[in-house]
Design a protein around this ligand. Structure first.
Ligand code: SAM
Ligand code: SF4
Length: 338
């Protein structure tokens, strides 16, 4: 599938829940969140059907996200089914990591971890969010005192043998600015591919203020101050919008995802998103979304109808996001699927 601007669509980001065991302020509103009623959320069978149709249209990579995907009931069953879909080259998960180290069965010490089971189902990459190594900062930022669980989850992911474990860190001035060096060391020591993400306007507007926003150029300078020059790696890509650099002294690769300040951010976009209630979204930073659930739940609709719908959505994909044009979020990240 190719859109009007020559973007080749091969990547589907699938949110399976709007629920989460954490409360990151940049992702969900501070006010008590109302979860979607269960009937509005796509059933696993419906999600798998969409992915099967997508695979037939050239989707090669699926990343499962949320909310926190691992909070959804029977999620390991879902991943097993996902791993059986033909045509996908890469399956990934985005997670806060807190549940990865849990036993997947009730066999006590002999039980594989959730991470082991994901790996066994065919998940190749685990993207784990970690913004800070300080327990108090974590508890404040995530609304839950879960740093020990997140760290255990990272260890479980490393032990599970994924092709890659990536660490995603949202840059926040005043919150983790002074920890960037420690985060870089932490990732290098554990062989995690660290990517720094600029805050995006997909949360309540009071979160994305000039006081909180730390542009990637500034973070890069701070890192260079301690680690020496970062050399651009224009050839190194990981199927997403990150720009990669190499710390000349140590060889460590670092990614920067700068939706706000990188003016070429959308040029290589290859992505569509499926929200947990079945909206197909051609771009995170545009209000456009299309109700695939209505087609899915129409008993007369065939897979060909779904495929036609996919193509129409790809045709409506905007050239670039609207984050810089006073984008006002109507939906929080948690409701779209990050
Ligand atoms: N719960 C999982 C997690 O935290 O990784 C998956 C969903 S979360 C919405 C996916 C990613 O979006 C996380 O790395 C999170 O840090 C990032 N994110 C959420 N809100 C954001 C915002 N306003 N700006 C930039 N990144 C954001
Ligand atoms: Fe939950 Fe992830 Fe959003 Fe934090 S970023 S509230 S962990 S979905």
């Amino acid at each position: 599938m190719e859109d009007r601007y020559g973007h080749r669509i091969s990547y589907l980001r699938v949110s399976i829940t709007d629920r989460c065991n954490e409360r990151c302020a940049y992702c969900m509103p501070v006010e008590e969140q109302e979860w979607l009623p269960r009937a509005e959320v796509l059933r696993y069978e419906e999600i798998l059907r969409v992915i099967r149709v997508g695979a037939g249209l050239g989707i090669r990579k699926v990343r499962v996200t949320g909310g926190e995907p691992l909070t959804r009931r029977d999620v390991l069953w879902f991943f097993e089914q996902l791993g059986r879909i033909g045509g996908l080259d890469d399956i990934g998960i985005s997670t806060n990591g807190t549940l990865l180290g849990r036993p997947a069965t009730e066999d006590g010490a002999d039980s594989p971890t959730v991470a082991d089971r994901l790996r066994r189902s065919g998940v190749r990459t685990a993207n784990i969010s970690l913004d800070t190594l300080d327990r108090e900062t974590y508890a404040r930022a995530a609304g839950r005192d879960f740093l020990p669980q997140a760290l255990a989850g990272i260890e479980a992911a490393r032990a599970a043998g994924f092709d890659a474990v990536k660490m995603n860190t949202v840059l926040m001035r005043g919150q983790n600015e002074h920890e960037l060096w420690d985060l870089v060391d932490f990732a290098r020591e554990r062989d995690l591919l660290l990517r720094f993400i600029e805050l995006m306007p997909v949360s309540t507007t009071q979160v994305l203020t000039d006081e909180n926003f730390l542009p990637f150029g500034e973070a890069k300078k701070l890192i260079e101050f301690k680690f020496g020059p970062l050399e651009p790696l224009p050839e190194f890509r990981t199927n997403g919008p990150a720009t990669y650099y190499r710390v000349a002294k140590t060889g460590q690769k670092l990614g920067f995802i700068g939706a706000m300040t990188n003016l070429h951010f959308c040029e290589t976009c290859n992505k569509l998103r499926l929200t947990c209630e079945g909206k197909l979204r051609p771009c995170l930073g545009s209000h456009l979304e299309f109700d695939l659930r209505a087609v899915l739940r129409d008993p007369a609709a065939t897979d060909d109808d779904l495929a036609r719908f996919f193509r129409e959505v790809v045709d409506r994909k905007p050239e670039q996001h609207e984050f810089r044009e006073n984008y006002q979020p109507e939906r929080r990240m948690i409701a779209i699927g990050g």
